[in-house]
Design a protein around this ligand. Sequence first.
Ligand code: ARG
Length: 657
Amino acid sequence: MSAMAQSRKPWEHAKSGGSEADPLAQRFVESLSYDTRLYKHDIAGSIAHARMLQHVGLITQKDLAAIERGLGEIEAEIDAQGERWGGWLVELEDVHMCIEAALIKKIGEPGKKLHTGRSRNDQVATDLLLWCSQSIMELTGRLEQLNQAFIDLADRDGRVVMPSYTHLQRAQPVVVGGELLAWVNAFDRCATRLSAFWDDGAIHDVYALGSGAIAGSSLPLDRRYTQSMLLIGVPPSEGMTTEQYLKEVGLPAELSEYINTLPDAPAANAIDSTASRDVAVDFAYGLSMTAMWLSRWAEQWIIYMTAEFGFLSLGDAYTTGSSMMPQKRNPDMLELIRGRCGGVYGHLVALLTMCKGITIGYNRDLQEDKRHVFAAYDTVKDCLDMATRIVKSAKFNEQRITQSLDRGFLDATSLAEHLVTKGVAFRTAHQYVGALVNHCIEQGIVKLADLTVEQMKQIAGCDAVGDDVYEWLGPENVVKRYQTDGNAGLTGFEQQLAEWKERLESSHQANEPSSHPEAAGGLFGDDVSGDASASLIVAYEQQKRTLDDLPYTDQFEAIIAALGTDDRYGTFHRLHNLRKAGQLPKVGKAWEKPPVITAEQEELLAQLVIEAVGSLSKRDQLPYAPPFDEVIQKFNAQADLQFTPHQVWRVVAKLAK
Ligand code: ARG
């Protein structure tokens, strides 16, 4: 008999001893100190795996019942006891082994069958994928709250005229809200970027469960079944039709289309799916971009809070005093948001470097992924929460901002544009105005509007200055004159504000953050059936007609019927928002090409759309709204055509591309 003890790890039968023999080795190899937060995802994966094992006949119904009961109890215990749960044994290395050991202890023999055809390698890849999906929903929800705070602030203080800055030098006048909505656009993109995760079925490609350690298994595992269980909690149609099955378990029949589109092989290659951490790196990149935008915003507001600017004040809870200087109000929370961005980038670089140069197949290096993903996520989540509160507490100081407007010749560009309207070439106008600004600086004149028309003509050497020039001077006038789409003056601001308000409202209605069937359903998460967006997505997918080609078709009517609503405008809008949020699955090309019309007819239609909604980019407000009926009627009358609403819409969609 060997004097050496057997390893205490249940999976180390070929070794005489384990890492527990050396405390440093034990501490070095464990991930339990940071991976316990995967316990729900791990249990969800185990239940899906066990159901599949029963389905293919590798375990009995009785085994499955015991496993489900045992795992259910373990989950409830951990829910209640958290880190104090007695099953966390560091010598077992990680969350996966602790839960499995606890299951075996609890239910005996059936518990020993759970790991059939499975490895920690496919297990951890799947757990992390589930965890990332859930975390992305948390983040997109938070990004939406932050944007709501910006929009509320813009609605209150947004019409104040302020200077804008390029190179942090005074540029042109804008309104406060124009700048606030710039942040809203950026953070909205962050949400889209994070949810790109679900686009194009990418999620299917990385579902590792059933890949085993690296090679797959010689046992008849049905990976499609496991995946379907995990994603939406129901098996693919087997023996009975999916519809029958759904009826039996009380889920909406619309889900069947969705289930039937699941690929047969969830992850195409067992080696790739256990070796890759693309999901973690992509997620960390999305987090890094979010942190980057938070840091830019924080810096901007730190500057606005200086005595030199005095544009902005924050709630006292979000500034700190100095231990020495009694008068201080420091924007520490903003500085920390700015400062923490570096840490998030660090985690991204750490992940990329961790993956660099390791051989294909699992290597223990990959265990480190979770440290970085979790830490980056925690940081960004906290920063988003803090940012939302800061924005809610913020007040723009109209008086200080207005007092500052005289400095910096903010209206110089406007004056040059005035000259352009009088026929002067822009380069020449630029030169004239440059001379005027120079003159003012030399003479100590602060405002261009303090010059007379005669002086302007004489100093610039240009007769084109009109008597109406003063309507183009002064920041208050200038912000009213911008007319381009997306401008940061008054018209652009009001238009964008209205759009954002409507968008956020319909997204609240659609309850978007938890709306994706893959993330919301299944063993992990809430029941799909109660979720408005999930059924909308399912109904949309069922019709297989892409959004741009959908309005005014039988397929759109079928969606309306499936939802049991008659809100066509709202339904189209929600679909549009889901697409913007990257949550609408791709369902192939358009069925019908836009009809070919002349350039003049195109011009006419574009003009009518602009009259109706302001710009072609706002076309999505048209379908099923009264202004569109008017567009259609006018277009057909003036172009002498008899286009159906669908045909008109197809041309509009084409023009906007
Ligand atoms: N805790 C480990 C991880 O997070 C589990 C994988 C261990 N796999 C192995 N082949 N040793 O990656």
